[in-house]
Design a binder for this molecule. Structure first.
Ligand code: ZN
Length: 408
């Protein structure tokens, strides 16, 4: 049995067992196909002591993030989200001439590029060297290291404190949350602002988004847990917003506790809602695990019926969440012969576990599928627009989460 990532007490309460799976971003090159593929248990647990939902087993982050195929800039809706954030920051609180903006897990510079265009000094911190290189190529200064108390303290000695710290969709990837959050307190200027975005566990449960559970996501946060974690490291969460991104996210606004702005009523209201939903209690998760099991049966039923009827179903979007779904359902190329993706780095490779080949969107369209199963359901609107030629050829779109849906 492992211990809680936050409070170190033994983890006893299992919420959901998704079987054994390979890391969701470990795409296989053709040369890997004759090699053994590592699999690890994928189980969601709840710590009843501190309320943190988390995986039972941690795959070493050095293994997962050293080479990483996820480039944020491949999603146009995510780019618009980032640009709107930057515009709002600059409008609400102008940054001084010598201000420094630091983004932790800055990926390929998808967000900081908009600060660069407005003449603001930025630094990206991105542990995956190949992704950091892509950011530098687009003119976003980026360093490659793992964020924490010591590395942030060292950065502050070199560069001075940050006026604005940004961390989007990274807390879940962090094995040592205490050390990671301490880094923000170490780097933040007095009077400065830190914002954090992460998928909200409440939405994950309410909308059966179990496929956002994979080995890179060690933990699944609520405002209740995050606020206490930040407080433990001298940061006050004074504002919260609910966002539609990634199926429903929170954006927290934090400042150094000493001199923090007053805490908004929205923070108290959301804390009360989480308490009422029982997110810290294992018994609140029963309906969720039943919905996950039902979703798998619906998807298999659809694919088997299509196959028996001679219909071709192909997938779209070789994203991590798709791999959780495909491997939990036990799918192989016989029922889903290929998955298309816009990212050329993934084309020609094979999805981990299912070993379904990744093709280009052009190859998908040329195969004239009867149905396209859209795996990144959070981008479904964007993807159906990209694949207008499939619809023109008589193909239809299908999503599996939160339940099987054949699009009109
Ligand atoms: Zn705990």
């Amino acid at each position: 049995m492992s211990d809680c990532l936050l409070c170190r007490r033994p983890l006893r309460c299992e919420i959901l067992d998704l079987g054994v799976q390979p890391p969701a971003n470990a795409y296989r090159a053709p040369a890997d196909l004759n090699l053994m593929e590592p699999h690890y248990p994928l189980k969601l647990m709840l710590c009843p002591a501190c309320g943190l939902a988390q995986l039972s087993a941690l795959v070493d982050p050095g293994t997962i993030f050293r080479e990483y195929d996820y480039f944020s800039s491949y999603s146009s809706s995510w780019l618009r989200h980032a640009e709107a954030y930057v515009e709002r920051r600059l409008a609400e609180r102008p940054l001084g001439r010598d201000a420094l903006v630091v983004e932790v897990a800055s990926n390929d510079g998808y967000l900081l590029q908009y600060f660069v265009r407005r003449g603001v000094e930025v630094l990206g911190v991105e542990p995956a060297e190949n992704v950091a290189e892509a950011a530098r190529a687009r003119g976003v200064p980026t360093e490659s290291f793992f964020w924490g108390r010591a590395s942030a303290g060292e950065l502050r000695r070199r560069r001075g404190p940050a006026d604005l710290l940004v961390a989007n969709n990274v807390l879940a990837h962090v094995p040592d949350l205490n050390d990671f959050v301490a880094g923000f307190a170490a780097m933040l200027k007095p009077g400065g602002l830190a914002t954090f975005e992460f998928p909200h566990l409440e939405r994950l449960l309410a909308e059966t988004q179990f496929d956002t559970i994979y080995h890179e996501h060690y933990s699944y946060l609520t405002l209740t847990v995050a606020r206490r974690l930040f407080r433990d490291h001298g940061l006050t969460v004074f504002e919260v917003e609910e966002l539609p991104t990634h199926g429903g996210s929170l954006r927290l606004y934090a400042a150094l506790a000493d001199g923090a702005p007053p805490v908004s009523a929205r923070v108290a209201a959301l804390l009360a809602r989480e308490e009422a939903a029982g997110l810290g209690r294992p018994e609140s998760y029963a309906a969720f695990s039943q919905a996950v099991a039902r979703l798998k049966l619906e998807l298999l039923d659809f694919l088997l019926t299509a196959k028996k009827g001679g219909r071709l179903v192909l997938g779209y979007g070789a994203a991590a969440k798709g791999n959780t779904l495909l491997n939990y359902a036990g799918l192989k190329p016989d029922l889903l012969p290929a998955v298309a993706d816009l990212n050329p780095a993934k084309q020609g490779k094979f999805l981990p576990g299912s070993l379904i080949p990744v093709v280009s969107p052009g190859e998908l369209a040329a195969a004239r599928p009867d149905y396209v199963l859209i795996l990144p359901w959070n981008l479904a609107a964007e993807i159906t627009a990209q694949l207008a030629m499939v619809k023109a050829g008589g193909g239809r779109f299908v999503t599996a989460v939160p339940g099987l849906k054949i699009w009109p």
